[in-house]
Design a protein around this ligand. Sequence first.
Ligand code: NAP
Length: 278
Amino acid sequence: MITSQTGALGLLGHPVGHSKSPEMMNAALKAMDMPYIYLAYDVSPAELKQAVEGMKALKFRGWNVTIPHKVAITRYLDELDDSAKEIGAVNTVVYHQGKWVGHNTDGAGYLRSLTEEMSIDLSEQRIVLLGAGGAARAVGYALATAGVKKITIANRTVEKAEQLAEHLSRWTRTAAVPITDCKEAVEGATLVVNTTSVGMYPRTEEIPIPADWLHREQIVSDLVYRPRQTALLTAGKKKGAQIHTGLGMLVHQAAIALELWLGKPAPISLMKQVLETT
Ligand code: NAP
């Protein structure tokens, strides 16, 4: 029941019409018995400042931020937590002790999903990250600070791979290579993570690296969640590798946001179930 006590949460993005977050978040809020609603707001870059001022005035508890506002939002916030600072982007805003604080739950969400679904010793991982965009920065930061052995960044634009490798070298051993030239790194990797958008709907037949480079001694992980099982994951499975889909990250980054806003654990399996059925 919506009453005069109902609090507001939401998602700011452009576009947001395809997002399943309202279904997932409202189901979670109901199960958590929290008096909040979560709505998606389509806000253009030119309207961002005004939208943020409005949400502050309306005393939102917080909100999520998606493409294209993850970097631009930072200038309207009072503080950034370490993850948002290091990743250089915000996906969750929280009102905390009179301040608007930016967080980034993407990396932590990925890590929770990986360790929940896979039996994995992070300290033993030699990782190839395919891609060097926003998602790679978040996942790379989470993996590097979790103490993995080595991260090789393989990207189409090698300069971006070099910049990310340099940044992550504060926490772990790193290397950078062009994505066309990462065969040796992939063959020697225990974990291969696709953070590029290659394979995403509607170009679902595309694969970021040749299937032949994958093998059964590794985990193949894909952040792309539409389709659930990408061409890369299908190829990995055929080779006998363990596969890890992007769905868990989507759920866990949202669950961490709920925990930051409400101070309670979120219902992970229900949230997964909602995404699987909508
Ligand atoms: P982004 O910042 O735009 O980065 C895109 C990356 O993909 C760049 O490294 C880009 O290489 C690479 N790329 C794009 N097209 C390519 C192609 N044809 N061949 C090779 N590389 C290509 O995007 P993002 O925010 O990092 O998101 C990347 C993907 O992660 C998206 O599919 C997104 O849906 C997914 N994602 C999933 C979750 C989740 O919860 N599961 C969360 C966040 C993101 P260049 O640098 O050379 O352009």
